[in-house]
Design a protein around this ligand. Sequence first.
Ligand code: OAD
Length: 242
Amino acid sequence: MGKNFSDFKHIVVFCGAGLSAESGVPTYRGKGGVWEQYDYEEYACQAAFDRNPQKVWDFQNKRRSAVADCDPNLAHLIIARMQKEHPKVTIVTQNIDGLQTLAGAQKVIELHGSLWRVRRPSTGEVFDLREPIIVDSPRFANSDEWMRPDIVWFGDNLDNRRLYEAVDAIKDCDLFLSIGTSGVVYPAAALPQIAMQHGATRIEINPEETPMSALYDLCIRSPASQAMQELWELEDWTDILA
Ligand code: OAD
């Protein structure tokens, strides 16, 4: 009996920006990446928001409208289907675009927050804010307090509950499937190491080599949708995992 998705008891899918690249959402690094065009110190850290919240919101609005025009791709759809059909699939994403949920995933651990939520800094409350896509006056009603995007910016700590939930799943999983992450942003970048320490089979899907590639049993150098379709359709993984 060969191994395929259904032979694993707990699958963790760990995603980065490359998963959404084929949907038209730019990645962060590399050619055409967000951080090539925008200096994160001006747009994606607490100090930038404290200095000039409107400027940060102008950037958020651009990203919100760009992502709102994108649809989930085949890889998002296969992951969502896998979560429906397999008894235990935990999706851990670094993406803030919400496309995995839009693809029908029941539960996604969003390590870096969401473009579609805001936080009230004075109370810590979090609100969904999908509409309007362009938030013209990002202030709370009857107050001059600015809405803060519910995104983990450079220098922020991750939400501990989400991080521990991801770590617990990874310690328990027997298949760790990483898709489209450069593996350079911590603590998320340390997660494949935990999978290795706990004996999971590890597969990396990324057209390019990453600093974490050596931690994987198998590296598939194709775009996410093609790799996911091939894995999904392949009944016997014995040869590719050998
Ligand atoms: P990066 O932009 O750093 O890396 C994207 C990765 O996707 C690269 O390794 C590409 O080779 C790969 N890639 C590109 N196209 C692909 C495709 N079609 N299929 C599969 N892989 C593809 O994005 P992340 O690793 O997600 O944080 O970046 C991590 C964090 O850094 C982000 O969550 C963001 C950023 O700063 C915050 O905003 C907090």
